[in-house]
Design a protein around this ligand. Structure first.
Ligand code: SF4
Length: 279
């Protein structure tokens, strides 16, 4: 049994909020480079280069990559042999978000759904906790902006829709989203489970590094087919035309009920940001 004080979790969440919002991952920068080589639209190439430059300025000047610093989505993997002391785990995460958004000069983007009164500190965080074997705690912070989240959907397909129905729906969702999710996007797809589990699978799929293969060869092929369909739409970087509408499609799948085929599409903008640490 390992003892961890939740104050350490607050500290880590604080740092991850700042880092995720200011330092774009190397995998994303490499995906921009690959897209620049492939892109046929001169305007598209210019935009992709601007996105790289924007990421450089954010990193070097320690400012947000985008003004929409998003909802703080926090994934926790807590080892079952860890004993957390010093307070409430969820409150420790919220406090880390509070400190990170304050200290990093990150926009506070959360409000009451009806009055629109700002919560003032970008809390509450959205916390997803998994209990896993071991005596470590893994923390991942994935800030999510509204432009791309608003274009995301969960759809209960019927079993007869099958794989072709999944392809059609995902490509159509990207087409209808147009320039709203600030392309080039990463399209997270969750297949199976229940309505809430499909959404979570889609969101979790976005954590996979860009340029890596899906460990399931069938899903890997499905990702390629959907990506190819999306990039024929011609939406392009920032919606101004071109081949690079999406950088990648990521799929996570699990069994579903015999009478349903849940499908979630969680679109992520070009600010494909998430940072993690293990205590
Ligand atoms: S969708 Fe992404 S790039 Fe567009 S405004 Fe929101 S966070 Fe920024």
């Amino acid at each position: 049994m390992r003892v961890i004080d939740v104050r350490l979790i607050t500290e880590k969440v604080r740092d991850l909020c700042v880092e995720a919002n200011t330092v774009l991952g190397e995998d994303v920068l490499q995906a921009f480079d690959r897209a620049i080589e492939r892109e046929e639209s001169p305007v598209g190439v210019d935009i992709l280069k601007e996105l790289k430059e924007n990421a450089r300025i954010a990193r070097e000047e320690k400012v947000a990559i985008c003004q929409d610093t998003g909802f703080a989505v926090v994934f926790l993997e807590v080892g079952q042999d860890v004993h957390l002391i010093g307070g409430d785990l969820a409150q420790a995460v919220h406090e880390g978000v509070r400190q990170g958004y304050r200290d990093g000069y990150l926009r506070k983007s959360l409000c009451h759904p009806f009055t629109r009164a700002n919560t003032g500190d970008n809390t509450p965080a959205i916390i997803h906790t998994d209990i896993v074997p071991g005596e470590k705690v893994k923390i991942t912070v994935a800030p999510k902006g509204a432009g791309s989240e608003n274009m995301s959907r969960v759809m209960m397909l019927t079993p007869s829709d099958g794989i072709e129905g999944v392809k059609r729906y995902v490509i159509q969702r990207v087409m209808e989203s147009g320039s709203n999710p600030c392309p080039p996007t990463v399209v997270g797809v969750g297949i199976g489970g229940t309505i809430e589990q499909a959404g979570l699978l889609a969101k979790k799929s976005l954590l996979r590094p860009l340029g890596t293969k899906n460990p399931d060869p069938d899903l890997d092929m499905l990702e390629s087919e959907i990506l190819s369909g999306i990039n024929k739409l011609g939406i392009g970087p920032q919606g101004l035309g071109g081949r690079t509408t999406s950088l990648a499609v990521h799929i996570l799948m699990m069994p579903c009920h015999i009478a349903s085929l849940p499908l979630a599409v969680n679109i992520q903008c070009h600010v494909q940001r998430h940072k993690e640490t293990v205590i």
